[in-house]
Ligand binder design. Structure first.
Ligand SMILES: [Zn+2]
Length: 434
């Protein structure tokens, strides 16, 4: 039987987690610019007595893709300084190395257990009307165009809350617990560099979490399966500008090539073997009304139920982009800027997680939910742990949402934070039993 966390320890951690979540929600940071968030995480882990590794120690710099340009990295770094990022930890994160791992060694032997949470926000303008609770209660995003619209602020707060509870139980803790704080989950960019740095190479039991995702408040899923493999692409079309009235024939229209590509991308044939997706999320083109557009930039993603289907969608998308460029005699440059894969939760591990959750009164537990269309780069950690003989699971902490994920009024129910911390603490304690 594993240790039960005492109520006063849980209550103190929950109170701090709600306050921290609100602070993070107010200061959202996009993937690989989580300078403030990650330095706060590192400082708190150190304060709790965990051994902390961060930056290049836990991220293979060369494996990063989709890195913001230097100007953006600098701007976000300075903003973090102005907004009170702990100076002792900030420099190690410079240049977009915004990952942190805290390790808590128990006092008795046992397996190495890891919890992975993510920290990044989304490029969304948060709703600022009184209908939206974060606006009403004064913690709406202070960074225009950036919003925690997927609950990763909650994940970070839950992860630190669980670390607080477990550090308070250190003298009774078995094994070792690693708290993995990952940057840039959105866009599928943060996990691979951490996997390459060997962060989970010693892990026997691994759990990644998400809040919400359609699971109701006061219920949790011990294992979710069915994440789609995804590939994120940037396409830049380069043509030739010309006077639209005087010499239209001298121009090479990048905007036209891009817009033809959009139509054809959505027309890619479905794959017989399983689910697939394609989306053009952004398209920016041209410079003026009376100019043949010489540049167009698109952000695209494709997904598939398996790696093979995602690769099929990628091949077809590349053919479409090249074909559209050829039609208009413009150049196209295609860059892969992020990826996620697929992974299955281990049923044996899911049973242990369900058992831990079942000890919390009033919480419903399911063991094998299916993910309808989401993608997650935690799947790379899961695969790595499983390849090395360990077990992995992807769990969901339910919460009734004010509005769907990735929308301007997204919000969770904060009453799910206290039991969420207890769920994680009990899970990590249970998984530490040999
Ligand atoms: Zn998310």
């Amino acid at each position: 039987m594993s240790v039960s966390p005492p109520a006063d320890l849980l209550a103190a951690a929950a109170k701090r987690a709600v306050a921290l979540r609100r602070d993070l929600h107010r200061h959202p940071e996009l993937g690989l610019t989580e300078f403030r968030t990650a330095s706060l995480v590192a400082a708190r882990l150190a304060e709790l007595g965990l051994s902390v590794r961060l930056g290049r120690e836990v991220m293979d710099s060369a494996s990063r893709v989709g890195l913001p340009d230097e100007g953006e990295l600098d701007r976000c770094y300075r903003r973090a300084e102005e907004e009170g990022a702990p100076a002792a930890f900030l420099p190690a994160l410079a240049g977009g190395h915004t990952a942190v791992v805290g390790t808590l060694a128990g006092s008795r032997p046992g397996p190495v257990v890891a919890l992975r949470v993510d920290m990044d926000a989304l490029p969304i303008n948060e709703d600022t009307t009184q209908a939206h609770l974060p606006a009403r209660e004064g913690f709406v995003s202070a960074h225009p165009g950036v919003m925690h619209a997927c609950g990763h602020d909650v994940h970070t707060a839950l992860g630190l809350g669980a670390a607080e509870v477990l550090s308070g139980l250190r003298d009774r803790l078995k094994g070792t617990v690693k708290f993995v704080f990952q940057p840039a989950e959105e866009g599928g960019r943060g996990a691979v560099p951490m996997v390459k740095a060997g962060v989970v190479d010693d892990v026997d039991r691994f759990v990644a979490i998400h809040v919400g995702t359609g699971v109701a408040s006061r219920s949790a899923c011990a294992a979710v399966n069915g994440h789609l493999a995804s590939i994120k692409l940037d396409a830049t079309f380069r043509g030739r500008a010309a006077h639209a009235g005087g010499q239209p024939d001298q121009g090479r229209n990048a905007l036209l090539a891009a817009s033809e590509a959009v139509q054809a991308l959505y027309g890619i044939s479905r794959h017989h073997a399983g689910r697939s997706r394609v989306n053009v999320g952004t398209l920016a083109a041209g410079s003026g009304r009376n100019v043949i557009a010489d540049r167009a930039f698109m952000q695209i993603e494709v997904r598939g139920e398996s790696e093979e289907i995602a690769e099929y969608m990628l091949r077809r998308a590349e053919a479409v982009l090249r074909g559209a460029a050829a039609m208009q005699e413009v150049e196209v440059e295609i860059k892969t800027v992020g990826r996620t894969t697929t992974a299955l939760s281990d049923p044996a591990l899911a049973r242990l997680i369900a058992e831990a959750g079942a000890a919390i009164p009033g919480i419903g537990i399911c063991t094998d939910a299916h993910m309808a269309g989401g993608s997650e780069d935690a799947t790379y950690f899961m695969r790595r742990v499983q390849e090395r003989g360990g077990q992995a699971a992807y769990a969901v902490i339910g919460s009734d949402l004010a509005s769907g994920h990735h929308t301007p009024r997204f919000d969770i129910d904060e009453d799910d934070i206290p039991w969420g911390i207890e769920f994680l603490a009990r899970t990590l304690l249970r998984l530490g039993e040999p």
